[in-house]
Write a protein that binds this ligand. Structure first.
Ligand SMILES: Nc1ncnc2c1ncn2[C@@H]1O[C@H](COP(=O)(O)OP(=O)(O)OP(=O)(O)O)[C@@H](O)[C@H]1O
Ligand SMILES: [Mg+2]
Length: 724
């Protein structure tokens, strides 16, 4: 029967279903059992395995009333109980910056404003009643009550308007130490730090364990000791304000690595404008300083650089600086006997005296140690040398001509007891080194950027030359007061002898009054810091930059700059251009960054330099081709102002940068073989139309300071770099 069939089928299926359900249950149970066994086995296995928690956990944990003993470390928690009425921003910073192991936890419990407002209303009622009864009684006014009322009313306004919110704030500090005595000492140190801000703290008692767990990074507050606070004081407890390092004006030194903010400073707004840069070789010292030079020039600051490695040429070319090469063979000379042109109200006598002292320092460097007799003979000889040129206390120094080394030689030769000096001096007037300091000065410093190179000098002459150059610069600086920066790269050369170290120290100490900031760069940190003068230079520099340090120097650095362990490792492991920047008493981790165009101007990476050179050559060739085609047009254009060249002694290095599109003849003399003589007039005129817009695109370029300067070889350099 067709109708029956389904029921039959159903009944036929039902027992089968029952069987499968039972089977399923049984198999499930079996699986659970099996899993239990596996878990049990795993548990047994795990018990015998050491995992990371076993390794880091202390062997024992002993809870005492006011502290814990965690393995062999003593642990104590302090909590803040009460705050003063006024609290300054950053009050918590000294505790956080304490160079000790500590855990800090802060809990903020928001409280609904209406709850607080209700309470405050009650308090206002009480206070007002009290005040009124005082008035009725004729009692004198009570400022405490009045202040409290005013505070509460302000708070009520702010809470109602939503300007402020209300919190319960809990602050716990857990300290760790190796011995009980140390723990007590540290406790009182931290208590007095808080106490100094009128913040009242207590040690946990019978809650040591809760204190410890409350400062673990798990967000559990087992202590629950909180204080009512509104938003502003709560915000003032934010501890990391020391990393903010910026002022409203100045140039960008780098990026603050704590919070990615910018480190902006005008070094002339600090107590002095000196700057020291310490790092190992290749850490980016010169790069950082070049960047600062470029950016300072945009603000109109004059820059003078002493470059012992000839690595500032490119920068000089780019911004149209004067590059002066001081060497035995070069035409540029500096006469150490020069006197400053006019320095305020100083009398001729003072000027001569200070010149004699400086010269004596130089001569000691040149001649080696002098005996007492020789010293006094030399003193007299120097005065006589000046006198031989009519330079005396009565002379008008504006009209005199300074003597040279040969004049001193003549004087010394005629003096009794000076035979030895005369002999030793001969090397510098007639001997091998005669080319260096025996002629009148012929260098020109009338440029925003002036660079003195001493690379081509023998090592033994280098400190002497730097001394002379610095003295010359010092004379110029004192003559005209102007915002200036003097950069001494590889300054450890000067620290090798006491006389030159003393000289630089005196300069660093006095330069502030003449609007000069001295930047001292050195890679030989230990030598620099071990010299008393070096250390004094550091303390007289408001700006300090430490980049990557060697392990040999780091301990000394840590001591002198009072670095924490963390900062020490930051310096050991930092990358190129990364370090710590100090401005006054604040410091922050810095990363020095340059824009693409800046990087092209200041890099010392040989690979990059080769690429730039190649691109420059290519550009020059292109230019020559173009000028050839435009020859007829250019010939019609007259070369204007042929006598404008300021540089007196034409010399390869300087001409390249300063030659302000002079006469075709002058250009012809200096142009290298690449540019054929007939193309010269064009190079003076042709680049103008195409270079002008590009030059403006160079963001680092200080050209606006000298808008009247025609396109120079230097601007050409810039354009080339932009093109790359
Ligand atoms: N902030 C930076 N960003 C990118 N490159 C950098 C940075 N600082 C330096 N460099 C690169 O690192 C290299 C070394 O830099 P730099 O010449 O300034 O080193 P240095 O500390 O002056 O070394 P030395 O003591 O040998 O003169 C250069 O190739 C430079 O281009
Ligand atoms: Mg360098």
């Amino acid at each position: 029967m067709p109708l029956k069939l389904p029921t039959e089928e159903k009944s036929a299926v039902a027992p089968a279903q029952q069987v499968t359900a039972e089977q399923k249950k049984a198999s499930e149970e079996a699986a659970v059992k099996e899993e239990k066994i596996t878990l049990e086995e795993e548990k047994i296995y795990r018990r015998g395995v050491v995992d990371i928690r076993d390794l880091i956990a202390p062997a024992a944990f002993e809870v005492k009333p006011s502290f814990l003993i965690l393995g062999d470390t003593y642990v104590r928690t302090l909590f803040v109980l009460n705050y003063p009425r006024y609290i300054s921003v950053g009050w918590f910073t000294p505790v956080v910056n304490l160079s000790k192991t500590l855990d800090v936890s802060m809990f903020f419990y928001p409280v609904k404003s209406d709850v607080i407002l209700k309470q405050l209303k009650k308090r206002v009622g009480n206070l007002q009643a009290q005040l009124m009864s005082d008035v009725e009684k004729g009692a004198p006014r009570d400022p405490i009550l009045e202040t409290a009322l005013r505070d509460i009313e302000d708070l009520r306004d702010n809470l109602t308007q939503g300007i402020e919110r209300f919190f319960q704030f809990a602050l716990y500090v857990t300290i760790y130490s190796k011995t009980m005595e140390e723990l007590e000492e540290l406790t009182s140190e931290i208590e007095s730090m808080f106490g100094g801000k009128l913040i009242y703290t207590k040690k946990v008692l019978y809650q040591a364990e809760q204190g410890f767990t409350s400062t673990l990074p798990v967000g559990i507050d087992d202590l629950m000791v909180s204080f009512n606070m509104n938003t502003s004081p709560v915000a003032s407890s934010f501890p990391f304000i020391s990393s903010e390092l910026t002022s409203d004006e100045g140039i960008l030194f780098g990026i603050n690595r704590h919070n990615n903010s910018l480190i902006l400073f005008d070094r002339f707004s600090l107590q002095n404008a000196n700057y020291v840069v310490f790092a190992t070789s290749g850490a980016g010292k010169s790069y950082t300083v070049k960047l600062e030079v470029l950016r300072s020039m945009m603000l109109g600051t004059d820059v003078i650089i002493i470059d012992p490695e000839r690595e500032y040429t490119q920068l000089s070319e780019a911004v149209g600086g004067t590059y002066i090469n001081i060497s035995l063979a070069s035409k540029e000379k500096i006469n150490p006997f020069d006197l400053p042109r006019s320095i305020g109200d100083a009398s001729a006598e003072d000027i001569i005296r200070s010149a004699v002292i400086t010269l004596k320092g130089l001569l000691k460097l040149m001649l080696g140690k002098l005996t007492v007799e020789e010293d006094s003979v030399l003193d007299r000889a120097l005065l006589e040398t000046y006198a031989s040129k009519d330079i005396t206390a009565e002379a008008d120094l504006a009209k005199v001509e300074a003597p040279i080394m040969k004049d001193l030689q003549n004087v010394v030769e005629g003096m009794e007891g000076a035979g030895n000096i005369a002999l030793r001096l001969k090397k510098y007037t007639e001997g091998t080194f005669a080319g260096l300091f025996n002629q009148p000065t012929n260098v020109d410093m009338k440029n925003q950027l002036v660079i003195f190179s001493v690379r081509d000098l023998e090592d033994e002459l280098r400190p002497i030359a730097i001394y002379t150059i610095v003295n010359y610069i010092w004379n110029v600086v004192r003559s005209v007061r102007k915002r200036r920066i003097l950069v001494i790269d590889e300054a450890w050369w000067l620290m090798t002898s006491e006389d030159s170290a003393k000289f630089i120290y005196a300069l660093v100490k006095r330069c502030r009054k003449y609007y000069l900031g001295v930047t001292t760069i050195t890679q030989d940190v230990n030598d620099f810091l071990n010299s008393p003068y070096g250390k004094a230079i550091v303390t007289n520099s408001a700006l300090q930059l430490l980049l990557k340090q060697s392990t040999a120097a780091i301990d000394n650095i840590q001591k002198v700059f009072m670095l924490t362990e963390g900062e020490k490792y930051l310096l050991l492991e930092g990358g190129v251009g990364e370090g710590i920047f100090f401005a006054g008493r604040k410091h922050a981790a810095i990363k020095v960054v340059a824009s693409y165009s800046e990087d092209q101007l200041i890099t010392t990476d040989p690979k990059q330099l080769l690429e730039i050179e190649a691109a420059k050559r290519e550009f020059e060739e292109e230019l020559v081709e173009k000028t050839d085609t435009q020859e007829t047009k250019a010939e019609a254009a007259p070369a204007e102002e042929p006598a404008e060249a300021e540089v007196e002694a034409p010399q390869e290095a300087t001409e390249k940068e300063t030659e302000p599109a002079a006469t075709p003849e002058a250009s012809t003399a200096e142009e290298k073989a690449a540019a054929a003589p007939e193309t010269v007039p064009e190079t003076a005129t042709a680049p103008e139309p195409e270079t002008a817009p590009k030059v403006q695109g160079v963001e680092t370029e200080p050209e606006p300071a000298k808008p009247d300067q025609p396109p120079t070889a230097a601007t050409k350099g810039k354009v080339e770099e932009m093109k790359i």
